[in-house]
Design a protein around this ligand. Structure first.
Ligand code: C2E
Ligand code: CA
Ligand code: CA
Ligand code: CA
Length: 277
């Protein structure tokens, strides 16, 4: 048994070395990809459930890898976070999304806002709110055109993070709690935060059309948002049944394959420039 254990350990060690090596390689690849402009953005519609109109677009980054093709964020975001490369990557995403919104509006395509995902590593950088203000200014956009999506874990982090949120709120940027329900935020904690929106995680929405269990949870989450004076957004809506349930419960907005998958800017414009759901 001892021998077996040692072999297993050895195997594990080798795996770890290969893994570490792969990460190191990936890290330098991400660095190069930023310089070579291999990243691009996709846009997914947010739908106002009351009017059934497009109320904004969530911005989701992709990597057009020269050998491996298009890679989803799951393949590189956590690595970019660990290495700190998320800071320049995140800034590129923010600036590119704001420039896109500017270009759309100049072209007569009136997208109400873009929602950009932000990592804790970006938030804890000194001057993050000033950077956001500078980008908005550069693009001639009012702060209300921008929403920043932050996960619960980010929000729970530190007093410093809280101060940055207050600065962003003072700017007039909208803040939303992403993947709501998967973290640990309490009612009293949420009440203290200057956030505007709760995005209910897809895992709760998934079977909401069929199962009583999740229906009760989602109902409670929407009620909680209302109690706190926040907007409720449902993620990952794939069926008309789900949308119907959510509309009936007074959920404000929804996002998901039912309304549209994330697509590059040209396709987004083509699909939504003159559309109603
Ligand atoms: P997220 O913020 O929760 O984004 C929603 C994810 O769910 C996206 O995956 C989207 O494509 C997917 N999705 C949307 N509607 C549906 C649906 O109806 N069904 C299903 N099955 N999935 C749906 P994606 O694009 O792969 O992004 C994954 C995660 O990567 C995001 O989760 C976000 O946490 C992170 N991410 C993406 N872009 C950025 C970025 O620019 N910066 C940072 N820091 N993170 C990002
Ligand atoms: Ca998000
Ligand atoms: Ca989310
Ligand atoms: Ca999610």
């Amino acid at each position: 048994a001892k021998n077996h254990g040692r072999n297993q350990f050895h195997f594990y060690e080798q795996e770890m070395t290969a893994y570490a090596f792969e990460r190191l390689e990936l890290e330098s690849a991400v660095r190069k990809a930023l310089a070579n402009e291999e990243f691009f953005l996709c846009y997914q519609p947010l739908i106002d459930l009351g009017t059934r109109r497009m109320s904004g677009a969530e911005v989701l980054v992709r990597w057009n890898h020269p050998e491996q093709g298009v890679l989803p964020p799951a393949r590189f975001i956590s690595l970019a976070e660990d290495s700190g490369l998320i800071v320049p990557l995140g800034e590129w995403v923010l600036r590119t999304a704001c420039r896109q919104l500017r270009a759309w509006r100049d072209d007569g395509f009136d997208v109400p806002r873009v929602a950009v995902n932000i990592s804790v590593r970006q938030l804890e950088r000194k001057g993050f709110a000033a950077l956001v203000a500078a980008i908005l200014d550069e693009c001639g956009l009012p702060a209300s055109s921008l929403e920043l999506e932050l996960t619960e874990s980010v929000l729970m982090e530190t007093e410093e993070a809280f101060e940055v949120l207050e600065e962003l709120d003072a700017l007039g940027v909208r803040l939303s709690v992403d993947d709501f329900g998967t973290g640990y935020s309490s009612l009293s904690y949420l009440k203290r935060l200057p956030v505007h929106t709760l995005k209910i995680d897809r895992s709760f929405i998934m079977d909401v059309a069929e199962h009583g269990n999740n229906q009760a949870i989602v109902r409670a989450m929407i009620a909680m948002a209302k109690t706190l004076g926040l907007e409720a957004v449902a993620e990952g809506v794939e069926s008309a049944g789900q949308a119907e349930f959510l509309t009936g419960e007074g959920c404000d907005q929804a996002q998901g394959y039912l309304f549209g998958k994330p697509v590059p800017s040209d396709a987004f414009r083509l699909a939504w420039a003159a559309a109603e759901v």
